[in-house]
Design a protein around this ligand. Sequence first.
Ligand SMILES: Cc1cc2nc3c(=O)[nH]c(=O)nc-3n(C[C@H](O)[C@H](O)[C@H](O)COP(=O)(O)OP(=O)(O)OC[C@H]3O[C@@H](n4cnc5c(N)ncnc54)[C@H](O)[C@@H]3O)c2cc1C
Length: 329
Amino acid sequence: MAGVYVVVEHDQGQLAPSAGEALTAARRLSDHLNEPVIAVVIGEATTEFVSLCEEHGIPKAVSVLDPQIVDYGPELWGQAMAELFSLTEARVVMATGTDRGNEILAQASARAQIPFVANCINAEFSGAWELTRMQWGGSLLEDVTLDTSSLFISYAHHSVEAEPLAAASATQIESIEMNLDPVLCRSLVQDRVTLSEGTTLSTAAVVVSGGRGVGSAEGFASLEALAGLLSGKVGCSRAVTNNGWRSHADQVGQTGTRIAPDIYIACGISGAIQHWVGAMASKNILAINTDPEANMVTKAGYAVIADLHEVVPAIIAEIERRRGNSTST
Ligand SMILES: Cc1cc2nc3c(=O)[nH]c(=O)nc-3n(C[C@H](O)[C@H](O)[C@H](O)COP(=O)(O)OP(=O)(O)OC[C@H]3O[C@@H](n4cnc5c(N)ncnc54)[C@H](O)[C@@H]3O)c2cc1C
């Protein structure tokens, strides 16, 4: 059955935070092409997966099964998607442009010999495909024209906001059994190291980040305190990880984590392009910097031009004062 097939990313059945984004982008493309959306899960269709499809009004989903699919493997999942593509004659195969989403589609497109355009922010078809995609970590937008009918597309992570429908509707699940070559299991996830539980830097609603201006590992204590008060996470720039003040898991940017919080509080960070591409999806930015000309200050919606070692403790004191007042009145 032709249509827009969208890979719903998961890790051992746990849906990725980007799963809703993928279904929203797929629904928009399906409206544009006037072709149905078919959600795809590689492995068993969990209750969580079915609920998400129902919230997005997806009438049909496919569960791709093979005894060898016991965990994530780029070759295995890529081959499964390539075979699904030829079995179904899909018009478009989509995923979110996360590391894993891009890896699956790169593998699948090479195997199916169909073009793959990664990290798109827009895709339209009128006789030929017209796409806009992010390059160089988001600092360059490239317009792509492709004279082909079928295509593999990933949408840049955070470029679409997940929008479930007001009313859920039932999703019918079809299982497709495959017989994949065991050689594809040569790269398979074997172990996991949990760096943080619960909210992560990429999913936090509030991120309080520090740069070289923080001055030392100890200087992050006030940023930790502020993040704690706001139920947020602490991030940092590469200058900080290079200095060994924080671990790489906290780094925001091109070679770190891409974030999209409701508010990003950037303390003593200049806003170099490699940092900015990881922070630019933030909905609001407060920059605290001594330099009024710093990139981060000019890009921020709010800025305080002062020493962060005075400003951060002052914000903490004010939050505590207001919370103290609100509990006493
Ligand atoms: C290939 C490549 C990949 C990279 N990837 C990343 C990445 O993923 N993430 C990343 O962050 N960087 C990355 N970088 C590095 C990036 O180019 C910058 O060097 C880095 O982001 C600078 O970090 P910073 O803003 O903390 O430091 P600086 O640029 O030195 O800025 C420090 C800022 O602190 C301010 N300041 C100083 N003292 C105070 C104070 N007391 N109070 C308030 N403000 C103060 C200064 O005015 C200044 O604006 C990458 C670079 C390359 C080449």
